[in-house]
Design a protein. Structure first.
Ligand code: NAP
Length: 468
């Protein structure tokens, strides 16, 4: 499967290729043309031309609805592609494909409902005799950078709200998993997007990123990925809007009154689904008092029931991490955690890390302080809800967190005091519906995605004042 770059409506080859391999078997899956600064500039020419010929909201909404329909028809194909290039088990890949349909559907709604506000002018003496309102105008061309772990739906979260807002996009997909982005771009073209509205340039991250930073035509950079890369981009592009969706070291509190079996049943799949390579994968669980022993027993049992192996097998729950380097790093972090490995901690014969539960890790260990991005979950006994909240907050990250409790008072106390962009109650912190406002605080980012929220970031308010 060869894919050319999509630049200003043209398919472009560069003479160089990026090979895409299966993270499970190492076998080739396809290749994409490798672009750099020159192709990015050409893509920006195409995007700038598209911006000069704006599409009305109803056409943007129709386009997005048409993409949702095409994707719904080809969900199975999309899921197989995600599975092949990312090593994501088919169960999870199917969920991702269905969610991408939802993302386009909600973006179409956002396009149709985008509106400014009336300003109550005669509320002051100065405003008497005036009528004022705001228009929501597209910010301009968007440079979008996406990560490897949701190669379809996170590309959808970049592309769909931007098109809804009337912003042409130059997308740089992750080098490990670019094929889903090209698949989606094909559907956007098929749905009738004029040339230049969506451009896809795979290739050298630093070259493409440098153009996004330096070229004044890029008015907003939307980035999902690791904090190291994201915050540097924000510093370097200080005069642009740089919207960051970054990592987490996701905590969960299981309070003393929670149902330990129900909590474990929710948390085990969400610690290991896609081998923990979700930014909101369950990573650190703090269990209060007497709930600890039964919870750990249920968690280990539920973890050991998960099927580990070939992601293409429809029964597989847990597949490989993205590459050998990631595998070695995760195994090293397990080895140096300072806790007791209750299950897992090693690999299967085909090199897949077994789902791993670590009890009582060193609070300064990497599995407690950093984002593991692997199939690892720690459990720690604490003596009170206060201590649990303090431990959960003891991280530079702040994306999503969760609490399991029967008490409304405890749930609301946690919602108030957990320093995260989202707090889930009696649900895994990995839960996300695509219309939700989703995004982190602290080191986890500076924005919210979910089309109705993203479209606000992608538009500017222009004030209009006239005599009245
Ligand atoms: P990554 O290594 O930071 O890469 C993300 C994207 O940035 C890729 O397209 C990458 O290109 C590109 N990139 C790398 N260096 C760059 C540079 N100097 N300038 C511009 N772009 C550059 O992250 P990842 O490993 O793909 O994804 C995992 C991370 O994403 C985790 O931290 C995870 O928590 C986070 N994430 C966050 C969310 C969220 O919504 N908050 C969702 C999913 C993932 P190459 O692939 O070519 O290197």
């Amino acid at each position: 499967m060869d894919r050319q770059l999509l630049v200003g409506g043209e398919r472009v080859e560069t003479g160089e290729w990026l090979d895409v391999v299966s993270p499970y078997s190492g076998q080739p899956v396809g290749r994409v043309a490798k672009g750099g600064a020159a192709e990015t500039e050409q893509a920006l020419d195409g995007a700038a031309a598209a911006l000069a010929a704006p599409l009305p909201a109803h056409r943007r909404a129709e386009l997005l609805t048409a993409v949702a329909s095409l994707l719904a028809e080809r969900q199975d194909e999309a899921a197989h592609l995600v599975c092949a290039e990312a090593g994501k088990p088919m169960k999870a890949a199917r969920v991702e494909a269905a969610r991408a349909v939802s993302t386009f559907t909600f973006a179409a709604v956002a396009a149709r409902t985008l509106a400014g506000e009336m300003v109550p002018m005669d509320a002051s003496v100065a405003g008497e005799g005036k009528l004022a309102f705001t228009l929501r105008v597209p910010v301009g061309v968007v440079g979008a950078i996406s990560p490897f772990n949701f190669p379809l739906n996170l590309v959808a979260h970049k592309v769909a709200p931007a098109l809804a807002a009337g912003c042409p996009v130059v997308l740089k997909p992750a080098s490990a998993t670019p094929l889903s982005a090209f698949f989606l771009a094909g559907l956007v073209e098929e749905a009738g997007a004029p040339a230049g509205w969506l451009n896809v340039v795979a290739g050298s991250a630093s070259e493409i990123g440098d153009v996004f930073v330096a070229d004044d035509r890029v008015r907003l950079i939307t980035f999902t990925g690791s904090g190291d890369v994201g915050w540097k981009l924000a510093t370097r592009a200080a005069r642009k809007r740089v919207k960051l969706e970054l990592g987490n070291a996701t905590p969960v509190i299981v309070d003393a009154d929670a149902d330990p079996a129900a909590a474990a049943a929710k948390l085990a799949p969400n610690a290991y689904s896609f081998a923990g390579q979700s930014c909101i994968s369950v990573q650190r669980v703090y269990v209060v008092g007497s709930a600890y022993d039964p919870f750990v027993e249920h968690l280990v049992a539920a973890t050991e029931e998960l099927r580990v192996g070939d992601p293409a097998d429809e029964d597989t729950d847990v597949g490989p991490v993205i590459d050998a380097k990631a595998r070695e790093r995760v195994l090293a972090w397990i080895a140096e955690s300072g806790g007791k490995v209750l299950t897992g901690g090693n690999t299967t014969d085909d090199g897949v890390i077994r789902p791993t539960v670590i009890a009582g890790p060193d609070p300064r260990s990497k599995v407690e302080c950093e984002e593991v991005f692997g199939p690892v979950c720690t459990v720690t006994r604490v003596t009170s809800l206060d201590e649990a909240i303090e431990r959960a907050n003891g991280t530079r990250y702040g994306l999503q967190a969760a609490i399991f409790t029967e008490s409304t008072r405890s749930a609301l106390a946690a919602a108030k005091r957990l320093e995260f962009g989202g707090v889930l109650v009696n649900e895994a912190p990995t839960f996300r519906a695509d219309q939700m406002p989703y995004g982190g605080v602290k080191a986890s980012g500076n924005t919210k995605e979910g089309p109705a929220w993203a479209i606000r970031e992608l538009t500017e308010e222009r004030l209009v004042v006239l005599p009245f």
